[in-house]
Design a protein around this ligand. Structure first.
Ligand code: GLN
Length: 538
């Protein structure tokens, strides 16, 4: 039977619950155990798909087509375990499911209540779709004390009671602040947070203390005493220079050892930290730096392009070069400023996006990259904008546009109404916005002798998608005559997946999101190649 590890947070948000869970997953896996990671999100959106990245950061997409919280990206990148639809749920989805069941009369006349109906649905999520995992690590979004996360905490309390406390471990992550003025480390917020957790029935077994500086033994003792946790289970996590140090630092603190001790389990293998040590060394030692511009709409919020930032850094690790990400707001990028704003930039990346706002700036930047032979990578919307730029400025189709933002132009980019997946035709709809896109992993066929085939080193690839619009295949010949090659197509030859330019050192657009599959320990070939080209550019 699987053992369950629940990770809650206290004091403030953004302490790195996701990263802690992901690091623990790596350590347990490295010791020979099978691990799965899950997340419960407290907001009312049914999934994060309709939320602006400004609100909650990037929407991470899984192979099986779920739009999920960005923490699932951390989980995949650190543990290598592919996340699934069944690994992320929100309060909105839980209520949605319960209310639908109620409308169908499935509760047989009972009064439908938070306890037991909502909590039962939460418990069902925690357990469902597991297959011989040794551990299921389940992160609870938000912090303890929030009204929103209360039903989750109640559900995990019940869960431990249902399956036996010895099969369940509670980890609580808190902040241990350092006060500069008095040169002191403070344990009180942790004590209060644990008090709050205990008041709703949960005694943590392990406390992870996030701190700016090492926590002296005497303070650990205090936390141990006041929070009723064994001193060995007071684990510190001090700010690291790079996030790839996190598994190393948790291993030093023996987090994984304490987890195994709790469950009375013996390690099956010796933990291997070498890959993390290796990349940490590369990151800390690398001196050469290049500037990569990300030109998009959501540049103000750091987490809006999380997987993308990560994938670029992975490409940097592979090429032993530091990546300085220069975020440029496409809405504020004026035509006459392009040259000066892009001075010193070695590579230009236009990420995914939605809606008209900021498209002019993107198109101008693409034109600049094309003409000046600056390495260019267009992702999803970025590829669509590259198509529009080429149509307008090379094919002289001045009215070329996407029907996403102009219904009266020439739609070189148009709405997809149906597509093939696993031999089945899937119909899209534009009535509801949530969950109606081409989502998840699809195959693409790469053209012989193309740059992209050289990069991937194989003919068929699988990448994750998240879009409603598609490059209109009917324009293919016209584009190809002028030097833009459609070098990747869907297996049935109807949907353009990749474009590249003949007379350009590195100009590629992809309809999918390669960034979701890049990992620090195995950088994505497309990003490695893009960074290599950018490194050689200047
Ligand atoms: N807005 C575009 C579409 O829906 C692109 C989406 C994206 O970049 N992820 O097709």
């Amino acid at each position: 039977m699987a053992r369950y590890i629940f990770v809650t947070g206290g004091v403030v948000s953004s302490l790195g619950k996701g990263l802690s869970s992901a690091s623990l997953a790596y350590l347990l896996q490295s010791r020979g155990f099978k691990v799965r990671l899950r997340k419960l999100d407290p907001y009312l959106n049914v999934d994060p798909g309709t939320m602006s990245p400004f609100q909650h950061g990037e929407v991470f997409v899984t192979d099986d087509g779920a739009e999920t919280d960005l923490d699932l990206g951390h989980y995949e990148r650190f543990s290598g375990v592919l996340a699934k639809k069944s690994d992320n749920i929100t309060t909105g989805k839980i209520y949605n499911d319960v209310l639908r069941k109620e409308r169908k009369g499935k509760y047989l006349g009972k009064t439908v209540q938070v306890i037991p109906h909502i909590t039962d649905r939460i418990k069902e999520f925690i357990k469902n779709d597991s297959s011989k995992e040794d551990f299921i690590i389940c992160e609870i979004g938000g912090i303890v004390g929030d009204i929103e996360s209360l039903p989750f905490v109640e559900a995990i309390r019940q869960f431990a009671n249902d399956i036996g406390k010895k099969n369940v471990l509670f980890i609580h992550l808190t902040l241990v602040p350092y006060l500069k003025s008095s040169d002191e480390i403070k344990t009180k917020p942790t004590q209060h947070s644990v008090k709050e957790l205990r008041s709703i029935g949960i005694q943590p077994d392990i406390i992870i203390c996030r701190s700016e500086r090492p926590i002296p033994l005497e303070h650990r003792k205090k936390i141990s005493l006041f929070c009723n946790v064994h001193i060995k289970n007071v684990i510190e996590t001090v700010d690291v220079k790079t996030i790839y140090e996190a598994p190393i630092s948790f291993s030093k603190e023996k987090l994984d050892v304490q987890v195994l001790n709790y469950f009375n389990l013996r390690s099956k293998k010796v933990v291997n930290l070498n890959p993390w040590k290796k990349i940490t060394q590369i990151i800390l030692k690398t001196k050469k730096q290049i500037n990569i511009a990300i030109i998009g709409k959501y540049v103000e919020l750091k987490d809006a392009y999380k997987s993308l930032d990560e994938a670029l850094i992975h490409g940097g690790i592979e090429n032993k070069v530091k990546i300085n990400l220069v975020r440029i707001d496409s809405e504020k990028l004026k035509k006459n400023e392009i040259k000066s704003r892009l001075k010193g930039i070695s590579g230009i990346l236009i990420p995914g996006g939605f809606g008209k706002r900021g498209t002019d700036g993107k198109i101008e930047a693409i034109k600049y990259a094309r003409k000046n032979k600056i390495p260019f990578l267009g992702i999803c919307y970025g590829m669509q904008m590259a198509i529009i730029e080429f149509a307008r400025n090379v094919l002289n189709l001045k009215k070329a546009t996407s029907s996403e933002f102009n219904k009266n132009g020439l739609p070189v980019i148009g709405l997809i109404n149906e597509w093939n997946k696993d031999g089945k035709v899937i119909k899209g709809t534009d009535k509801e916005l949530g969950g109606t896109m081409r989502l998840g992993s699809y195959e693409a066929k790469l053209k012989e002798n193309s740059m992209i085939k050289k990069i991937y080193g194989k003919k068929m690839i699988e990448e994750r998608h998240r879009h409603r619009y598609e490059v209109n295949i009917n324009f293919k010949d016209r584009f190809e005559k002028k030097g833009m090659i459609f070098s990747g197509l869907s297996p049935d030859d109807t949907l353009p997946e990749i474009i590249e330019l003949k007379n350009h050192p590195w100009f590629i657009g992809v309809q999918f999101h390669p960034e979701f599959k890049s990992r620090p320990l195995s950088p994505h070939p497309l990003f490695s190649s893009f960074i290599k080209a950018s490194k050689n550019y200047k």
